[in-house]
Ligand binder design. Structure first.
Ligand SMILES: NC(=O)c1ccc[n+]([C@@H]2O[C@H](COP(=O)([O-])OP(=O)(O)OC[C@H]3O[C@@H](n4cnc5c(N)ncnc54)[C@H](OP(=O)(O)O)[C@@H]3O)[C@@H](O)[C@H]2O)c1
Length: 273
């Protein structure tokens, strides 16, 4: 049987790097994203990466905020490529500004894409996985799903929400033979991060400055390894690994001893004439 992965946001960044690894390891792929040109470029790259010509690469233009459209796309993917062995809710956006400067619309859009988009995808794929009695679901959260970061108030709650969803799904789906992982990538060099860096608050950049961005390939590799090892939390790197295991213990310490003084110093500098 040829394994089949459905990936939202598989036309760019982490999702595309993961799709490439899965194409190389023999999967059929169904990729969901909006921009048809980027989807077409992804399809060509993935056809180049696949092991065998029989592997089908299906790309579908769909907005993950549109539940009926997501359902129709997933059903088409299943009709062409079979029940999914892997479903990856990865599509995401970030609008990085301080809480006071964000509009209500920014909060709603980010929740709709990052959280509800994942809910709709899993909901659409689950009946086929349940019938097959196997499969694995991956929810791509973020380091910001482990710790609240200055400037990311529209984004961070969506990533905490995915973590909560993952914990419930893990409990409900284990008896069905379906595995669940939540991924907490660090800053990763992708089009999303490159755009974020241009507009995010200075303090958000100062907080991020201590850590070198990972590559999309490194994160994709961690996901492949984590799924193979049936890991529930996939947190690449030492800091996020520690936070995912000991978050409620070390999170307050990171805030008190690192982030709070950094924010205070930076605001003082900005106030100076
Ligand atoms: N890069 C980082 O530093 C970082 C760190 C932690 C977590 N993450 C998470 O990793 C995931 C992937 O991020 P990335 O950095 O790889 O971003 P990216 O390069 O910008 O890719 C985002 C993907 O999501 C798709 N997408 C966005 N909005 C969509 C919508 N409404 N409907 C369908 N598809 C949509 C995009 O395609 P279209 O725009 O064409 O739809 C694209 O394929 C996100 O969930 C992000 O929050 C990223």
């Amino acid at each position: 049987m040829t394994p089949h992965a459905i990936i939202s946001g598989g036309s760019s960044g982490i999702g595309l790097a993961l799709a490439q690894k899965l194409a190389e390891s023999g999967h059929h792929l169904t990729i969901l994203a909006r921009d048809p040109e980027r989807l077409d470029a992804a399809r060509r790259a993935l056809e180049g990466a696949r092991q065998r010509d029989e592997q089908r690469i299906l790309v579908l233009s769909v907005d993950v905020r549109d539940a009926p459209a997501v359902k129709a796309a997933v059903e088409r993917g299943i009709a062409e490529n079979g029940a999914p062995t892997l479903v990856v809710a990865n599509a995401g956006i970030v609008i990085p500004h301080t809480f006071e400067t964000l509009t209500p619309e920014a909060f709603r859009t980010t929740m709709d894409v990052n959280y509800l988009g994942g809910v709709y995808l899993v909901h659409a794929a689950l009946p086929a996985m349940r019938a097959a009695g196997r499969g694995h679901i991956v929810l791509v959260s973020s380091g910001a799903g482990l710790l609240g970061i200055y400037g990311l108030s529209a984004y961070t709650p969506t990533k905490f929400a995915l973590r909560g969803l993952g914990e419930v799904l893990r409990a409900e789906l284990k008896p069905l033979g379906i595995g669940v992982s939540v991924v907490y990538p660090p800053d990763t060099d992708t089009p999303m991060l490159r755009e974020e860096i241009k507009i995010r608050p200075t303090i958000t950049s100062q907080i991020a400055a201590g850590a070198k961005a990972a590559t999309a390939e490194e994160v994709a590799e961690a996901i492949v390894r984590g799924v193979a090892g049936k890991q529930f939390s996939i947190a690449p790197g030492l800091t996020l690994g520690a936070l995912s295991r000991l978050g409620s213990l070390i999170g307050p310490l990171v805030n008190r001893w690192y982030f709070d003084p950094l924010i205070a110093r930076s605001l003082k500098r900005q106030e100076r004439p």
